[in-house]
Design a protein around this ligand. Structure first.
Ligand code: ADP
Length: 454
């Protein structure tokens, strides 16, 4: 492998380019017309416009054009990042047919984990606990009604192909069932092109705990411990912590083992995350994200393992232990606590509406234990409405949770961003709230704590 095309934009494209540079690999960037001044294109050795004439997001989804650019530039591999084509098995197949190495799991694994119903069945087969549910698609309103009658409320309907917190609805009683079912279906159809739903019990205020996995083509599966991603707004992550400060060592061990067991059972390859919802009594598999995640940074900070470089090397056939020299599971140590805050150009006072415009002032924090992953955050940069509103990922690491919170508070305070609104003040409220400080924030914490918005 000598040259890698990065089929993405923004901070993750830059993160991947940096990994390539350290591995002495050449890089090819692609950009939509609206991104012609975006930083990722200037960081790569070569850059080409993709999807000419298409809408901004569609340009990055133009599989044939991406493969054309890869062939034209002689790239031998494509890193898809997250979002866009990262979990698209058709794209992975097209790469294979073009003789290009898709840096991710196999087509078959993408097929299983792209569909949450199939994923849930695979998890059950591997012996993991799943949330009581329909065990297959809920084909009609009647299916959902009979599930509710049998198991009681609250329940949740979810899109089989869902992601990003969309296509899911909580249903509290009989009177809501029809409207929620229809809404979830139409949202699923609109967002994911398929209206298949399933239904499961809605867990009240669980924690979202996920395990970072690395796996190679030789059957080695290594976990890099867990992240606590319970601080969410409308089922989307806002702040992540690694490791979770609220898990007993035994429970941590069980959860990490369950994740490894599942990934081994499907002979998983490359990086992936196994997600669980955790209650006081048990932990339940919810889904696998078969790609690098936004919050991979904090697992890197506590283990010193470069996840993106590892993805590239295992895709090239390298062995996690013999070639990458990673420690075996029993020897893998973690140190301290890392926290990530997703700084977005959203206005908390206006229902987190994305804000756009020119950044007039940008001064970023720094110092010991601080990591910033961004790219398009600088004075003079123009934030467009075309893409997601993630501006920069602020990560800190300290010896313990209290130290990490103090550092993050200092880091958020040190930012000076003028010209566009951000969620920084809101995140300071979150990390200084006693519930968060006690490690007790559950997935409903933000939505049920109005004082965070003061
Ligand atoms: P997505 O793929 O859209 O991110 P997930 O299945 O990963 O969806 O779920 C996202 C979040 O939605 C979870 O972290 C959790 O907060 C909430 N959630 C999902 N399923 C349930 C459930 N059965 N009970 C309670 N909360 C749930």
């Amino acid at each position: 492998m000598e040259k890698i095309l990065i089929a993405n934009r923004g901070e993750i494209a830059i993160r991947i380019i940096r990994a390539c540079q350290e591995l002495k690999l050449k890089t090819v960037a692609i950009f939509a017309k609206e991104d012609e001044f975006s930083v990722h294109r200037f960081k790569a050795d070569e850059a080409y416009q993709v999807g000419a004439g298409k809408k901004p997001i569609e340009a990055y989804l133009d599989m044939d054009d991406i493969i054309r650019i890869a062939k034209m530039t002689g790239a031998d591999a494509i890193h898809p990042g997250y979002g866009f084509l990262a979990e698209n098995e058709v794209f992975a197949q097209k790469c294979a047919e073009a003789g290009i190495n898709f840096i991710g799991p196999t087509v078959e694994q993408l097929d299983i984990f792209g569909d949450k119903i199939k994923a849930k069945l695979a998890a059950q087969k591997a012996g993991l606990h799943t949330i009581p549910g329909s065990n297959g698609p809920a084909k009609s309103l009647e299916d959902v009604k009979s599930f509710a009658a049998k198991h009681g409320y609250p329940i949740m309907v979810k899109a089989a192909l869902g992601g990003g917190g969309r296509g899911m609805r909580i249903i509290e009683n009989d009177s809501e069932i029809e409207e929620s079912y229809n809404r979830a279906r139409s949202e699923a159809k609109q967002s994911f092109g398929d209206d298949e739903l399933y239904v499961e019990k809605y867990l009240k205020a669980p924690k979202h705990i996920e395990v970072q996995i690395l796996a190679d083509k030789h059957g080695n599966v290594l976990h890099l411990f867990e992240r606590d991603c319970s601080v969410q707004r409308r089922h989307q992550k806002v702040i992540e912590v690694a490791p979770s400060i609220s898990l007993a060592p035994k429970r941590r061990h069980e959860i990490c083992q369950a994740a490894v067991q599942l990934m081994k059972s499907v002979s998983y390859q490359n990086a992936g995350t196994v997600e669980f919802l955790v209650t006081d009594d048990d932990f339940y598999f919810i889904e696998v994200n078969p790609r690098v995640q936004v919050e991979h940074t904090i697992s890197e900070m506590i283990t010193d393992v470069d996840i993106v470089q590892s993805q590239i090397l295992v895709a090239a056939g390298k062995d996690l232990f013999k070639d990458l020299n990673l420690p075996h599971q029993a020897e893998l140590k973690r140190h301290g606590v890392a926290i990530q805050c997703r700084v977005t150009t959203e206005d908390p006072e206006n229902n987190f509406m994305p804000d756009t415009g020119k950044i007039e002032t940008y001064r970023s924090p720094g110092g010991f234990g601080v990591r910033l992953d961004g790219g398009n955050a600088y004075a003079g940069a123009v934030i467009t409405p075309y893409f997601d509103s993630l501006l920069v990922k602020a990560c800190v690491q300290a010896r313990n949770f209290v130290g990490a919170v103090l550092k993050m508070d200092r880091v958020l305070d040190e930012f000076r961003i003028r010209g566009v609104k951000t969620n920084i003040a809101f995140m300071r409220n979150v990390i200084n709230n006693p519930v968060f400080l006690a490690g007790k924030a559950s997935t409903t914490f933000i939505d049920s704590t109005p004082e965070l918005f003061d």
